[in-house]
Write a protein that binds this ligand. Structure first.
Ligand SMILES: Nc1ncnc2c1ncn2[C@@H]1O[C@H](COP(=O)(O)OP(=O)(O)OP(=O)(O)O)[C@@H](O)[C@H]1O
Ligand SMILES: [Mg+2]
Length: 292
C-alpha cells in the first residue's frame, strides 16, 4: 500500500442526471479520508450527501452519471484504484469486503424472510469462503461485538427492536473488516439514547479496526461526537471543509454558521427558526463561495 495516499480521495467529483448533464447534483466535490479517521458530511436535505456516498460505492442509480472526477481508493492488495473506472465485477469484490455501507433505515435493507444470522453470514461466505462451524462462530462473535446475544442469530428482523436491527446492519457491514465504512444517517430513525449507543459502537469499532469512516448526518451534535474532519455541503457543493475544531469552533462560511445556529441548546430544545439564507446571493447559485 502506498502510505502517502489517503485511504479515500474524492477529486472533483460531479454527478448529474444522464438526461441533463449540465444539471449538477454534486458539483466539483473533493475531500479525503484517512484510515482510522472519521469524516462527517453535513448539509441539509437534497445537498448531495447520499449521492456522494453512493459514488464511492459505485452505486449511483442508472439515471445518474459521474460527469467528472476520480474516486481513488487505496487498497492494500491492488494499490490506488479509481472506483469510477472499475467494472461491475470488480466493484462487487470491493463492496462489502473493502468498502461497506450502512443505510438509514435498516428494515428496507434487511430481508424479512431470512434470519439475521444468515444475513450476517452471506458476505462472509461470498468474500471469505467461510462455511459450517467457522461461519457459525464468526456470526456469533460479530453479534456479540455489536452487543446482541449470539442466541439471537436465529431471529428474524421483525423480532428485533429498531436499535437491534441497526446493530445487525453494523455487524453485516463490518463482517469482512472493511477498510472504509460509509454510514448514511444510520441513527436518524432511532431514539436519542439508542442513537448515542450506536454512535459509540461505531466509533469504537472504527478505532479497533482502524477503519476510515464516511459519516453522513445533518446533526451537528453527531458531528461533535464522532468527527475528525467535517465537510459541509450546500446545493451539491462543498462550502466549507476542515477539522472538527475548525468547523465547529470557528466556522467561516455563512451557511455553516446558519446550520450551527439551529443546533439544539443545552436543554435539548430545538431552535425552530428556519435556516437563515440572508447570505445567499438571490437567484445565484454560482457564487456560494467555498471556504477551506
Ligand atoms: N435518480 C435521481 N434522479 C434525479 N435527481 C436525483 C436522483 N437522485 C437524487 N437526485 C437529486 O439529487 C439531489 C441530491 O440528492 P441526495 O440524495 O444526495 O441528497 P441528500 O443530501 O442525501 O439529502 P437527504 O438529507 O434528504 O438524504 C437532490 O436534489 C435529489 O432530488
Ligand atoms: Mg441522503
Amino acid at each position: 500500500m502506498s502510505t502517502a495516499q489517503p485511504l479515500l480521495q474524492l477529486q472533483h467529483v460531479s454527478i448529474s442526471p444522464k438526461k441533463s448533464p449540465s444539471r449538477l447534483l454534486v458539483n466539483d466535490v473533493s475531500f479525503s479520508i484517512e484510515a482510522g479517521k472519521t469524516t462527517c458530511v453535513v448539509g441539509e436535505s437534497g445537498s448531495g450527501k447520499s449521492l456522494t456516498a453512493l459514488s464511492v460505492m459505485g452505486l449511483l442509480s442508472q439515471q445518474l452519471q459521474l460527469n467528472t472526477g476520480k474516486v481513488l481508493f487505496n487498497d492494500k492488495e491492488s494499490g490506488v484504484q479509481d472506483i469510477a473506472l472499475l467494472s461491475e465485477k470488480a466493484l462487487q469484490k470491493i463492496r462489502g469486503a473493502k468498502i461497506a455501507m450502512i443505510f438509514q433505515e435498516p428494515m428496507t435493507s434487511l430481508n424479512p424472510v431470512l434470519t439475521v444470522g444468515y444475513q450476517i453470514g452471506e458476505s462472509l461466505t461470498t468474500h471469505l469462503g467461510l462455511k459450517g462451524e467457522a461461519l457459525k462462530a464468526k456470526i456469533a462473535a460479530l453479534l456479540e461485538m455489536v452487543g446482541i446475544p449470539s442466541s439471537r442469530a436465529g431471529s428474524y428482523p421483525d423480532e428485533l427492536s429498531g436499535g437491534q436491527r441497526q446493530r445487525v446492519m453494523i455487524a453485516m457491514s463490518i463482517a469482512c473488516e472493511p477498510r472504509l465504512l460509509i454510514a448514511d444517517e444510520p441513527t436518524t430513525a432511532l431514539d436519542v439514547t439508542v442513537q448515542a449507543q450506536i454512535l459509540k459502537l461505531l466509533d469504537d469499532l472504527k478505532a479497533r479496526m482502524n477503519m476510515g469512516m464516511l459519516f453522513i448526518t445533518h446533526d451537528f451534535g453527531v458531528v461533535a461526537d464522532i468527527a475528525d474532519n467535517v465537510v459541509v455541503m450546500f446545493r451539491g457543493e462543498i462550502v466549507e471543509a476542515g477539522s472538527k475544531a475548525q468547523v465547529l469552533s470557528n466556522p467561516q462560511h455563512p451557511y455553516t454558521r446558519a446550520l450551527l445556529a439551529c443546533v439544539p441548546d443545552a436543554e435539548g430544545k430545538k431552535d425552530l427558526k428556519p435556516i437563515d439564507y440572508a447570505w445567499l446571493p438571490e437567484n445565484n447559485t454560482q457564487s456560494i463561495g467555498a471556504v477551506r
